[in-house]
Design a protein around this ligand. Structure first.
Ligand SMILES: Cc1cc2nc3c(=O)[nH]c(=O)nc-3n(C[C@H](O)[C@H](O)[C@H](O)COP(=O)(O)O)c2cc1C
Length: 186
């Protein structure tokens, strides 16, 4: 198996991070991988907000959970009501990926950029976890306040977070993949 396929297969969501910060050049390489994702009409309608400020991360953690305390999905509700649960798992870096609202498929483009960054992180042996939790905050009545606080450009919607840091625990086993999802027509 070549190195790219190996990285794709080895990437796991990391949920335990070492506190030390990743190197600037690693961060820049990961961001560049995001920027090199495909996008509809080659619109590149993304914007990346790098957060390395612990107080702000903690505020996003607390406020995101606050918005989900009565969430219909039981798992999310349990996480939201668990004081010790941190939506970013203590990662030292979080990247918020936002998409330009008047693009054709901004959310899909942002998802492609997010996955590219996660794969780039894995290739550098850096742990990453896709974060959808924080979008509950941005979708709430407090969303505009936090978009402003994070300096997200006007006309953009934050879709995902990417938690990044050195792995404290290595996860080797991928959650079982569902079978019977491919049909061949020849
Ligand atoms: C759109 C999206 C949102 C996600 N949000 C979260 C999240 O908020 N918290 C989390 O721990 N994992 C989140 N994940 C990661 C998934 O739980 C994870 O990818 C899945 O369980 C498969 O595990 P793997 O990444 O190790 O292959 C998200 C993944 C996607 C694609």
């Amino acid at each position: 198996m070549n190195e790219t396929l190996q990285v794709i297969k080895n990437r796991r969501s990391t949920r335990k991070f070492k506190p030390e910060q990743i190197k600037e050049e690693e961060l820049e390489a990961i961001l560049e991988a995001g920027i090199y994702a495909p996008s509809a009409h080659n619109d590149q309608p993304w914007n990346f907000t790098v957060i390395q400020n612990k107080e702000l991360m903690e505020e996003l953690n607390v406020e995101s959970k606050e918005k989900c305390k009565d969430f219909p999905d039981e798992l999310i509700r349990k996480m939201a009501n668990n004081e010790r649960f941190n939506i970013f798992y203590g990662a030292p870096t979080v990247i918020i990926v936002s998409g330009r609202d008047n693009a054709i498929m901004p959310q899909v483009d942002c998802a492609a950029a997010t996955e590219n960054m996660l794969l780039a992180a894995e290739s550098l042996d850096i742990g990453g976890c896709w974060n959808g939790f924080v979008s509950f905050l941005f979708n709430s009545e407090k969303g505009d306040e936090y978009k402003e606080k994070l300096n997200i450009p006007r006309g953009y919607t934050p879709y995902y977070g990417v938690a990044l840091g050195y792995k404290k625990v290595r996860v080797f086993n991928a959650p079982a993949r569902k079978g019977n999802v491919v049909q061949y027509i020849k």
